[in-house]
Ligand binder design. Sequence first.
Ligand SMILES: *[C@@H]1O[C@H](CO)[C@@H](O)[C@H](O)[C@H]1NC(C)=O
Ligand SMILES: *[C@@H]1O[C@H](CO)[C@@H](O)[C@H](O)[C@H]1NC(C)=O
Ligand SMILES: *[C@@H]1O[C@H](CO)[C@@H](O)[C@H](O)[C@H]1NC(C)=O
Ligand SMILES: *[C@@H]1O[C@H](CO)[C@@H](O)[C@H](O)[C@H]1NC(C)=O
Length: 524
Amino acid sequence: MYKDLFKLCLFLNFVICCQSANILYLMAYIGKSQYIMLKPIGLELAKRGHNVTVITVFKETDPPPNYHQVVVDDKIWDAMGGKRPSHFTSVDLSAEERHNRFLWNGGLTLTEVVLNSTQVKEFLSADHKFDVVISEQFFQEAMYILAHKYEAPLILITSYGNCMRHNIATRNPLQLATVVSEFLVVPEPGSFFGRLRNLYFTVYEYVWWRFWYLQKMDQLAAKYVPNLKEPVPSLYEIQKNVSLFLINSHFSFDPPTAYLPNIVEIGGVHLSHKVPKLPQDLLKILDEATNGVVYMTFGSNIQSAMLPDDKKNAFLNVFRRLKLTVLWKWEDDRLENKPDNVFIRKWLPQNEVLSHPNVKVFISHGGLIGTQEAIYHGVPIIGIPIYGDQFNNLLQIQHAGLGKLLQFHDINEHTLQEMLNEVLTNDTFKLKAKEMSARFKDRPMSALDTAIYWIEYVIRNKGANYMKNPGLEMSWIAYYMLDVYAFILLTVLSFVFLTLKILRILKGFVEPKRDFRNGKIKSN
Ligand SMILES: *[C@@H]1O[C@H](CO)[C@@H](O)[C@H](O)[C@H]1NC(C)=O
Ligand SMILES: *[C@@H]1O[C@H](CO)[C@@H](O)[C@H](O)[C@H]1NC(C)=O
Ligand SMILES: *[C@@H]1O[C@H](CO)[C@@H](O)[C@H](O)[C@H]1NC(C)=O
Ligand SMILES: *[C@@H]1O[C@H](CO)[C@@H](O)[C@H](O)[C@H]1NC(C)=O
């Protein structure tokens, strides 16, 4: 019955819009929170009648019939060398070190696992046609070659905010004075040293990306996706030519930035007012916690069960003294010395928990997806950044007044107690959080509708080439006006030089007298 109804809807959509497209959606990265953000877009496209094929590592159990999944076996942690690393031991790594140790090589390894999987090989060897290729943009660039394979426009989606490398590739203005590179930790972004650091890292990242890492990705693409129509463009060329860039930010929270028309903000795309129901056991805990709830998690990737003992005990001792209930994502079966007011679960439906009115504060690592969920539901945050964009997200939270940033090394009973007291007793945090929540939702259409609108726009307009920056066709010397500046500089210098020369000649007419008086005769 449901399936029949569904088919009828698809048919109607097709008749009314004539817009049922074949869509390939690539989201094969292993980050669970990234998947949480990306999957509603694919499902919604299917719901609206498109034939959607996804390459993914997470499987949906009950998708619509026109949502096809190519699921890559989760052998990925084996490929990465076995166990998940503890992120707490690497809090102090600089952005450069993090790229060199994890991101570049991790991205190459993961992408190879995906391309080399039997499922993807089988899929690629079959005969398919796609009207558009959508891909997540996160260290999986070799996948973009599929846009060339299927001769389809490419759409990229970030699970974090703005992307510096792509600003350069798509020729969106860099705005280094106000926009900090996404994974860089800069405590004072506008200061002289903040801007210098930002410039240095942006150049560093771009050079490594473009001239080392992307070449390796090119090799992967050539190895696993052969027999393409010549000439085969480089992955850099493909990214330069991207039709649409959907980025996970919104100016109500992130710094306002100038964007080309084909860069669209969809921050909060996985959120809607229709929040699924909490499981019965959790609902009971939350409903009964009339004094309020502290919700704590370090996200899907960082395991709080790996916290060093001194930090873990600090949390336990502070929680024990609270009148509130604590809900903690703790990945072990047991938590020793667990106080009675603390409830642990290995996984928690975070968006649902944060939507409960009894939740008073969110202790978080500052991952963007969770931060957006807290913003959406108006919950103040105490944030402990560990890596990536977390510091920047939390700096913004603190700046906007809806939370506090606590550095990992500063965690102890005293700091925790003080911060919790402040955020729980001072109403301004709650007020600011509600304010931010209202303005985050205040848009002409929801983030999901925005994403779908622009994807369908690109399909309707066959890649919408006219939205791309005309500067893409210029050399970088012309684009950055260096030839014009050089000309002006040269003109000014010549003018100064000529003026000086003339002055000297004029002086020559006046000077000889004096020289004569001194007993010297000049030739001119
Ligand atoms: C939908 O996509 C799948 C590939 O996943 C393909 O096999 C199928 O033929 C497509 N259906 C239509 C109606 O185009
Ligand atoms: C690709 O997969 C095959 C098995 O399917 C495996 O034997 C081979 O080592 C893999 N290659 C790489 C480079 O991972
Ligand atoms: C509450 O916090 C705000 C902002 O940090 C501060 O200006 C205000 O003085 C605080 N109020 C109290 C009563 O501590
Ligand atoms: C850029 O993409 C469009 C489709 O969006 C395509 O028609 C065009 O050939 C591409 N240009 C290059 C240089 O790849």
